[in-house]
Write a protein that binds this ligand. Sequence first.
Ligand SMILES: [Zn+2]
Length: 447
Amino acid sequence: MRQWIKQPLAILAEGAGGGLVVENGKIVELVATGKAPAAPVDQTYDASRHVVLPGLINTHHHFFQTLTRAHPAAINKELFPWLKALYPIWAKNVTPDAFRMATRLALTELMLSGCTASSDHQYLFPVGLEDAMDIQAVEAARVGIRMTLNRGSMNLSEKDGGLPPDSVVQDEDTILADCERALNRYHDVSEGAMLQVALAPCAPFTVTKRLMVDSVGLAEKHNCRLHTHLGETRDENEYCLEHFECRPVDYLEECGWLSDRVWLAHGIHFTDGEVKHLGRHGVGICHCPTSNMVLASGQCRTKELEAAGSPVGLGVDGSASNDSSNLMESARHALMIGRLTYDAAAVTHFDVLRWATEGSARCIGRDDIGAIAVGKQADLAMFTLDELRFSGAGDPLAALVLCGAHAADRVMIAGKWTVEDGQPVGIDVARLRHEHGEAAKAFLAAL
Ligand SMILES: [Zn+2]
């Protein structure tokens, strides 16, 4: 079946003013302005009201945190006290059913903002939630979105001087065995994969060195990516100097983690030398502007990192530090915080849209998504400019970022429509809101 997405209002692609042709889940032709496809098509979709982007890719999140948005125990705090307030509540109440609803809600919310792929850094494995990866695999298929399952881990708890309570950590052998199980079961390295797995110790300071090192070996064996938090707060540098007598980037290097297989969440507090060092090794950085502003963590040096050679992607981060899972909103925040860091000309709407698409695809190690080009997967996010906020806008692509687009009208993933007229296909939004809201009530009751 050949489908022509015809004559969009605007499109983020070169030479595609007349739209694009989708066949068997892939983009097979870009149509120049005023032209028609080279061969007959079976279906035509009139995109004259739509601004068409490559599907957005979210490269950092913690879905379970949607259950504790704007939680009274956590609001108005910085990272460490915020984590300490929430860990005991999460440990007791993230049941498989609650986790399933959190995953379904976060994926749907992301997709409605234009995401066609997301990763989730799932590092919480209390007793009873051993099947977290399996639950997420089922939910991603149900929503119809691509997903990188980040098999997270923590094995240093309060008794070892770490932050999390003993009840949410696992031992090294259990973690490594489940990483391998998840890789064997869900990691698909083929073109157009709907599911992949990455290994993702929560932070270098919540796991043992052996786990960091062994994760590299396992990632090489299975050709998967590695992910962790790094450089989010200044406390982390101090903690590292005190406990390891070196800075976080040096510790990462000691563990064998400076490679182009790695992408890091946040990446804020680096020296000039560290920025160059990370860039030279091709380490990716997921910029999380909304979360960084909410927790007052600091400003990521996106331009220097990109210039040094690091892929820069975008993430919304977990829903307890960015209470919203809207990647278009984070693209707008990336532009704004970028202008505070640099100047008004340094970060443009093209930069932030590139980070949310191509840059994010590079972070998660994919060359088949992240751009509208022949041979890429047919993953599209399409926005209208019909809302009041866009009225009077001159440049349609700039308007998406500057006027604050929040909701895609149409989303296509692997050639299938997953959002139509602003509604997720096959998902009852009112019911989802009710079921997730009920699951979240237990967390407020636990206060
Ligand atoms: Zn995070």
